[in-house]
Write a protein that binds this ligand. Structure first.
Ligand SMILES: Cc1cc2nc3c(=O)[nH]c(=O)nc-3n(C[C@H](O)[C@H](O)[C@H](O)COP(=O)(O)O)c2cc1C
Length: 351
């Protein structure tokens, strides 16, 4: 690992230099004008900390648990398909990295074989992310996940159909496939996971269900009624929708609706240790990273991903001390200043 790479932005810059343009773009890209890609960052920048001093912060605890699994820091690998654009064995390399950093990986479950391959490389906890392509396929993946010791299943709900990002048009022109399956230029592939599918999934497995992509408080409430074990607030790194709130702006309302009954996680825009603190202050138990996994892989495989996680660990540790806190389990809303006009303060349209 190069010592020139000090923070996640260095990793992004290095990936921009080393990867072919269309592959870097595939990872970087978001929907349409990429307003939400920027908003996922600008919202974190607008949220500020409210530190307390004169406290003894000489010892700090970053470890926590995610649905009972112990992790050494509240950061995990979000599920991301198509790692082959940056590394031939990307998912297994990420599993090696999260194992070394003693944290969780959410594995994109593309096939039982893929789940098995990653499980072999892993030394830490794994959850299986399911993209619903029909009940037969999902049931097969869930059975594989159970048999292989995956600790939860994580259906993603925010992409009811597959639509090509505009930056990916360049990939398709080259005959490359930015997403699983054949190249396509139209929104052809339905991947919808509905409330009925959730009830069905609850019936066919005893594994905890983590619902990824929830941003509306009412959806969170309905999900709890249907027995989910955790809510994962995410806008998919702004890759599908370009006209919503950032995920951290959505978090407070969702946390209100959940009322502490289940764990909440967040991703989309996490790049700094202080971002992690801010998300935890607003109700997240832990956060995920997506694109930084690709930058780490592009730089040096599992070593790069491990280093990315260790950078975030070091930044979080310092941010904790500078906030007057000693544990990630002891952070609440008093730690942040919320900009006016956020979340529930947004004026609703007349109904
Ligand atoms: C290249 C790429 C592929 C992704 N593939 C998936 C996927 O297969 N399933 C999924 O649930 N999320 C997927 N995501 C979204 C991530 O899980 C995560 O929500 C997002 O990347 C977080 O935002 P960040 O990139 O700003 O950290 C993907 C993201 C990227 C960048």
């Amino acid at each position: 690992v190069s010592h020139d790479l000090v923070d996640l932005r260095d990793y992004e810059r290095a990936a921009r230099r080393s990867l072919p343009r269309h592959l870097f773009d595939h990872v970087a890209g978001g929907a349409h004008d990429e307003i939400l890609v920027r908003r996922n960052r600008s919202a974190f920048e607008a949220l500020t900390l409210r530190p307390r001093y004169l406290r003894d912060v000489s010892e700090r605890v970053l470890a926590t648990t995610l649905l009972g699994a112990e992790v050494s820091l509240p950061v995990f690998a979000s599920p991301a398909g198509n790692k082959s654009v940056v590394h031939p064995d990307g998912d297994a390399e990420v599993a090696r990295a999260t194992g070394r950093s003693r944290t969780l990986m959410i594995v994109p479950a593309r096939s039982p074989e893929a789940l098995k391959h990653v499980a072999k490389a892993a030394t830490g906890p794994l959850w299986a992310q399911i993209t619903h392509l029909g009940r037969d396929n999902t049931a097969e993946l869930v059975r594989a996940a159970e048999a292989l010791g995956y600790l939860a299943v994580c259906p993603v709900v925010d992409a009811p159909l597959l639509h090509l990002m505009e930056r990916d048009v360049a990939l398709v022109r080259r005959g490359l496939t930015p997403q699983a399956g054949p190249p396509r230029t139209t929104s052809s592939m339905i991947m919808q996971f509905t409330w009925n599918d959730l009830a069905w999934l609850r019936d066919i497995t005893r594994l905890p269900i983590v619902l990824k992509g929830v941003t509306h408080p009412e959806d969170a409430r309905l999900a709890l009624e249907r027995g989910v074990s955790a809510i994962f607030v995410s806008n998919h790194g702004a890759r599908w929708n370009d006209a919503t709130l950032s995920s951290v702006e959505s978090l407070e309302e969702v946390a209100d609706a959940v009322g502490g009954r289940v764990e909440i996680y967040l991703d989309s825009g996490i790049r700094r240790g202080s971002d992690i603190l801010k998300a935890i202050a607003l109700g997240a138990r832990a956060v995920g990273i997506g694109r930084p996994l690709f930058w780490g892989l592009a730089e040096s495989g599992s070593d790069g991903v491990h280093h990315v996680l260790e950078i975030l660990r070091a930044e979080l540790d310092v941010a904790l001390a500078y906030s007057g806190k000693t544990s990630v389990r002891d952070i609440g809303p008093d730690l942040v200043n919320i900009p006016l006009g956020w979340g529930s303060a947004i004026r609703r349209a007349r109904t």
